[in-house]
Write a protein that binds this ligand. Structure first.
Ligand code: BG6
Length: 486
């Protein structure tokens, strides 16, 4: 029997994000974000009002999502009943500053989050607040092209600093941004419409650098405004294994891990890009402008802990430098099959079978490996900010949802966190993605992650909430501090 060793302060939580859960996408003065537009398949260069009138597709989008904006009291009461110790959610920048840089704060927007944060604190549930989860203001995108322009750094810092001032003493854990490394791979979240491959990649890497500087600036502002608060970035993490022990494949897997994930830890925690990353950018003519002032900002804004999200692992193999450009373009947006000429070719792990329900290659041990890899590089306390199982659940006649597959997935991953804890890694908490079903960024409501079922399909529904079997299971896990996983 494995000895379970979570400490008494371990944060057993759940996570969501604003555009995926709230709905009310234009209510009470909210502006539109790139995440809203992407969910509606709208090109950010178009005028949203005109484009919205043209959309008639049936895939769920962020207009209603899970209607948390109107049902937050019921949702928070369910969190309390489940016994959550923490709730990770994001604030929509466009509820606070609808255009992104408005002179005045949108009072109704901030009041919504006042109510959530106050109620969580009243319930003894730690609010863990993400400042930016994929939802950059569409107004700023139109105004100056978004993250590609340095102005975004100052606008983000102004927004983040407003939150630190306003919620000082009420929020102890901040997460600056969600999955910068996943975000920069998706053109829709960056508002990239450039079609020339070289220019497109140059814009992408400029956005990436500006986001790093913005993150460091926000961290420094947080430390100045509320020294008691702790703050960190959140990275997407999927360890890549070599497909064989051939040195070329081993190096390819190292390249994949370093160029997708590990370099970020260097930038956030040491304030420097590692040499292999600069070389990769230079070799491809993608190197953005990095000023002396940028480097000073990066060095001055170091996180207090490190957050990452884990769902599954991947594999990598050697890739020749002269691989066809057409092939590279074909797999460009598919993180699991991407090709970096001369560096690595990613592919789903050939030795792990596909799950019969969601076709994922499930790998709980990969989470233990992830903890070890990340901790070795940053030596900071770690927080698992997302982990969950997406599947099309079935609501039975009696309103039960028997999601044993989700329970099995979560249990196996919790056991691996326990392994990391036994290795001596300081783990602050675990967050199941998600508490209630939310809009999946790739499949609307066809894929669900929640412990609580939201009664809706792609077109809508009653939006009533039903506890899944996993809800009761997680309640027991929390009540026993991880000792009972059955
Ligand atoms: C994470 C994101 O990468 O994956 C979430 O932070 C997202 O926002 C989650 O919902 C699951 O992916 P998907 O595509 O099923 O929504």
């Amino acid at each position: 029997m494995t000895e379970i060793r979570f400490d008494d302060n371990f944060l057993w939580g759940c996570a969501t994000s604003a555009f995926q859960v709230e709905g009310a996408y234009k209510e009470d003065g909210k502006g539109l974000s790139l995440a809203d537009l992407r969910s509606m398949s709208i090109n950010p260069a178009e005028e949203p009002t005109k484009a919205l009138a043209n959309t008639g597709d049936k895939i769920a989008d962020s207009t209603v999502a899970s209607d948390h904006y109107h049902r937050w009291e019921e949702d928070l009461a369910l969190m309390k009943e489940c016994g959550l110790k923490s709730y990770r959610f994001s604030i929509a920048w466009t509820r606070i500053f609808p255009e992104g840089d408005d002179a005045e704060v949108n009072r109704a927007g901030i009041e919504f989050y006042d109510k959530i944060i106050d109620r969580l604190n009243e319930y003894g549930i730690e609010p863990i607040v993400t400042i930016y989860h994929f939802d950059f203001p569409a107004g700023l995108q139109r105004k100056y092209g978004g993250w590609a322009d340095r102005q975004a750094i100052a606008d983000f810092d102004r927004y983040a600093s407003y939150l630190f001032e306003h919620f000082k003493g009420r929020v102890r854990y901040w997460l600056v941004n969600n999955e910068q490394n996943a975000m920069i791979r998706r053109d829709g979240y960056l508002g990239i419409t450039e079609t020339d491959p070289l220019k497109r990649e140059q814009i992408r890497h400029r956005c990436n650098h500006h986001m790093f500087v913005a993150c460091a600036k926000a961290i420094a502002s947080c430390h100045r405004i509320d020294p008691e608060a702790k703050i960190a970035p959140v990275m997407a993490y999927a360890p890549h294994y070599p497909v064989s022990s051939r040195p070329e494949d081993v190096l390819a897997a190292k390249n994949a891990n370093d160029l997708y994930f590990h370099y970020m830890i260097d930038v956030h925690c040491r304030g420097e890009y590692p040499g292999y990353y600069l070389r990769w950018l230079e070799d491809n003519d993608w190197l953005p402008e990095i000023t002396q002032e940028d480097l000073e900002i990066l060095r001055a804004g170091r996180p207090d802990f490190f957050g990452f999200n884990y769902y599954r692992s991947n594999a990598a193999q050697y890739c020749p430098a002269d691989v066809s450009r057409e092939l590279v373009e074909r797999y460009r947006v598919d993180a699991r099959s991407r090709i970096l000429p001369g560096v690595c070719r990613c592919l789903p792990n050939p030795v792990i079978p596909e799950d019969s329900l969601n076709k994922w290659k499930l790998d709980p041990i990969g989470l233990h490996i992830a903890f070890r890899n990340v901790y070795e590089l940053c030596h900071l306390p770690l927080m698992l900010c997302e982990n969950g199982f997406g599947a099309p659940d079935v609501l039975e006649e009696d309103k039960a949802i028997h999601d044993t597959y989700r329970i099995e997935y979560l249990k196996e991953h919790i056991l691996q966190i326990n392994e990391a804890v036994r290795d001596g890694i300081p783990v602050l908490g675990y967050h199941v993605w998600t508490f209630q079903d939310v809009l999946s960024t790739s499949e609307g409501f066809r894929k669900r992650y929640g412990l609580v079922y939201v009664d809706r399909d792609e077109e809508g529904g009653s939006l009533d909430r039903y506890r899944k079997d996993s809800f009761y299971w997680y309640q027991r896990v929390i009540a026993t501090n991880g000792k009972c996983l059955e």
